[in-house]
Design a protein around this ligand. Sequence first.
Ligand SMILES: C[S@@+](CC[C@H](N)C(=O)[O-])C[C@H]1O[C@@H](n2cnc3c(N)ncnc32)[C@H](O)[C@@H]1O
Length: 308
Amino acid sequence: MKDYRASHLDPETARRYDEEIYRTGGYDEWVDAIEGRLLNSVVDRYFPSRPFSYLDFACGTGRVMARIAPRAATAVGVDVSKAMLDRARDRVPRATLVLGDIAAEPSLLDRRFDLITSFRFLVNAQPDMRRDTLRRLGEVLLPDGLLVCNVHANRYSARLLSEPARIARLVERRNALSLRAATAALHDANLVVRDVTGYAFVSRSLYQLLGRGMAEAAEARLHALRPLCHFGTHLLLVCERRNRTGGRRRSRSRPGQPAAHAARCLHPRRAAACSTLAAAVASVVATSGSDRRAAPREALRGSPYVRP
Ligand SMILES: C[S@@+](CC[C@H](N)C(=O)[O-])C[C@H]1O[C@@H](n2cnc3c(N)ncnc32)[C@H](O)[C@@H]1O
């Protein structure tokens, strides 16, 4: 397995990341917009008024940081790639950007944070680096802090049926991570997953077929189906530190909000069976979205999919 530290060192890779992968109008830019809404709703919910210190680990070109840094009291980004950080500097001019590897040099971070994010890292990082970096992140998270990370290639997602080539990848066990494996890695770092939100139910190929408007409507409907929440192509995980006895911290949900549902780790075989069912439901719902009618607002109340 390649060392993920070396994956984005080249300036051309950094350029492609921003200008090709996240090009305006593309699928990834659409998913980025979804992530932006989800992240804003996490900040609204957990840090409604108090100032918070923020760290984005493996911040890359500042894509995620740029969403949150303006709302934070202080913002720090860490990455091993100078080429990626050079681009981040333009996006988040007031943030402190640190070049280095926190697993190899723990002293790079000499303070603790209220909120830590890490996106597009867990799936591709080799297991020992994932373990060491998560442990360090667990250490620099304040006792009441949150770590919000994503799994950008969920092994048991609803996409399995719509893109059969993925089933082969599933067998090879490459380029994907299950919720169970992610939860175990976080647990090893003294972190507990408190909330799981699936997103990007609409696959790249379906997005191209439907176009952005219909993809948005289908995504909103799928997002509203709670039983599907573990089967998004991407998963957003909201984690907190385990307390000393290993239990969960008290919920910080505001009154009137639905109680946060804890991650239930399914056995991989059961999850695979469920994802087959989920994919069937997904395709029916996606098809029913093709009449271009917007999803009923009532059903989407509280969802970040409601357009502003
Ligand atoms: C796919 S990019 C994601 C960038 C950003 N988080 C985002 O979601 O757009 C992965 C980033 O992880 C960085 N990376 C890989 N291993 C790392 C490590 N051990 N410490 C810090 N950054 C690392 C890479 O340099 C790269 O910028």
